[in-house]
Design a protein around this ligand. Structure first.
Ligand code: NAP
Length: 247
């Protein structure tokens, strides 16, 4: 029960890595609010865990790229919860393509959903965390934001931007006991990587020192650590969760 009694807000919590993060936080005693485009299939499973421990799990529909609605939804969650202790900016998309085929829309969709959304939500939540003199913000970046990847100029720019955002915000709020860290997952088994062919998977594995693709739960375990008091003196860091890529 590493986050017992805490209240968490997770974006993109219906599936993939976000789903495992919601589960890990619930299993460790937090109440969880999550924002997504749709509730997915996980809400009943979340409720069963929350109910058995007397916690809450609340789904809020919202597009993190829409400043007005996401700001209003985040304010609503702060009001209902009485304060958020853990924020995980996880929602993200890919629109891959070589630069000469990439449209301006592919570029701006990825930048807005992956990076600007973290600004919208953190702006509201960090103000409240500063007032309560505690909080942990975790931004889900990517190893390609650190080492780059052909075909992903938009995605790697958004994730590298998220890393810069993390370090700057960490400096702004550190003295008020608010910690801000980023994680940089490598290739993880979710819908985002389902599209890879067997050949692409084998080529990828050859670049991963641990020679395998990671599981969403392996990402969620690091998020739990950063969210919890175990990381009470850790801020402004980027933790690679990539089987040794980027070392
Ligand atoms: P995923 O399986 O596609 O899940 C992403 C979740 O975010 C979905 O529930 C999706 O909703 C939601 N979402 C997308 N756009 C949204 C929006 N505008 N507003 C609200 N919610 C939105 O992806 P994932 O692999 O779990 O990725 C989660 C995070 O990890 C992303 O930031 C991603 O960049 C990062 N990451 C993933 C990998 C990987 O290999 N999988 C590696 C490094 C980093 P819908 O289902 O309705 O679209």
């Amino acid at each position: 029960m590493l986050v017992e009694g805490n209240k968490a807000l997770v974006t993109g919590g219906s599936r993939g890595i976000g789903r495992e993060i919601v589960l890990k936080l619930l299993q460790n005693g937090a109440s969880v609010y999550y924002i997504d485009l749709n509730p997915g299939d996980s809400l009943e499973e979340y409720r069963a865990i929350a109910d058995s421990h007397g916690q809450q799990v609340v789904y809020k529909e919202g597009n993190v790229a829409d400043e007005q609605t996401i700001t209003a939804t985040t304010e609503e969650i702060l009001e209902e919860s009485g304060g958020i202790d853990i924020l995980v900016n996880n929602a993200g998309i890919t629109r891959d393509g070589l630069i000469f085929r990439m449209t301006a829309q592919d570029w701006s969709d990825v930048l807005t959903i992956n990076l600007t959304s973290a600004f919208y939500i953190s702006k509201v939540v960090s103000r409240s965390m500063i007032k309560q003199r505690s909080g942990s913000i975790i931004n889900v970046a990517s190893i390609v934001g650190v080492i780059g990847n052909g075909g992903q100029t938009n995605y790697s720019a958004s994730k590298a931007g998220l890393i810069g955002f993390t370090k700057s915000l960490a400096r702004e709020v550190a003295a008020r006991n608010v910690r801000v860290n980023a994680i940089a997952p490598g290739f993880i088994n979710t819908r985002m990587t389902e599209v890879l062919t067997e050949e692409q998977r084998n080529q990828l594995k050859a670049q991963i020192p641990m020679a395998r693709i990671g599981e969403p739960e392996e990402v969620a375990k690091v998020v739990l650590f950063l969210a919890s008091d175990l990381a009470s003196y850790v801020t402004g860091q980027v933790v690679n969760i990539a089987g040794g890529m980027g070392m």
